[in-house]
Design a protein around this ligand. Sequence first.
Ligand code: ATP
Length: 233
Amino acid sequence: MLEVKDLSVSYGGIKAVKNISFQVPKGEIVTLIGANGAGKSSTLRSIVGLVKPKTGSIKLNGNEIAGKTPEQIVSQGITLVPEGRRVFADLTVLENLKIGAYMRKDSLEEDINWCYDLFPRLKERNWQLAGTLSGGEQQMLAIARALMSRPDIIMMDEPSLGLAPIVVKGVFDIIREINKQGKTILLVEQNANMALRAAHHGYVMETGTITLSGTGEELESNESVKAAYLGKN
Ligand code: ATP
C-alpha cells in the first residue's frame, strides 16, 4: 500500500505538484489522468526519489520513503517505468532484463522465465539489440525490466504514448495481467479512456492539484471528465 499525503514538488520557483494526497491500495490498479504539464510525471518521479519532494509524506507499507535515494526506494519494492521507454539501445533484450535486477544477488532465471512467459515476443528476441525493437516491443521490455527488481508496486508513466491503437491494447492487456498476478499498479496516462477502463480507482490532476477522484467507472461517466479527457471510443 502506497500513501501519499500533502506532497508538493517545485522546480526553482515553479510549483509542479501542490499538496496532493492519494492512496494506492495493495492489489489495485490506480490511475492519475490529466493534461500535459498537470504534474503527473513529477508525482511519480518524487515517489521513486528522482526529485526531492518539497513537502509531504510518502509511505510504502507504513514506512516513510520521502527523501530517500532511488536505490533505497527501489529496494523497498516500488519501481518506475519511465516515460519514453528508455531501454538501453545498444544492449540485448536479455542484458536489459539483467540490468533491471542489478540490485539483486539471487538467481534471476525464474524471473527471466516469468518475463518471457508474459512477453513471448521478447523471448523470441532474446539476443536482439533493444534499439532495434519496435516501439511496442520496447515498451514491453521497459515493463519487463522493471519487473525484474521484483517490485510489489510498479509505476508506469504514459506506457501507451506514441503507440498504434492495436499496440496500446496489448500494453493494457499486459497491465491487467501483471495486476492479476499480484502486482499493484500506479498508472499515469493521457489515454484516459483506456486508463479508467483498466483502473479500480482514478484521480484527475490539473495544474498540480487533484481535482476529482473516484472509481474508474465513476470517473468514466463523470460529465466534466468526459468533456475534458474522454474521446468517443
Ligand atoms: P506530461 O504529460 O506532459 O509529461 P505531466 O502531467 O507529467 O505532463 P510534469 O512533467 O510533472 O507534468 O510537469 C509539471 C510542471 O513542472 C510543468 O510545468 C513542467 O514544465 C514542470 N517541470 C517538469 N520537470 C521539470 C524540470 N526538471 N525542471 C523545471 N520544470 C519542470
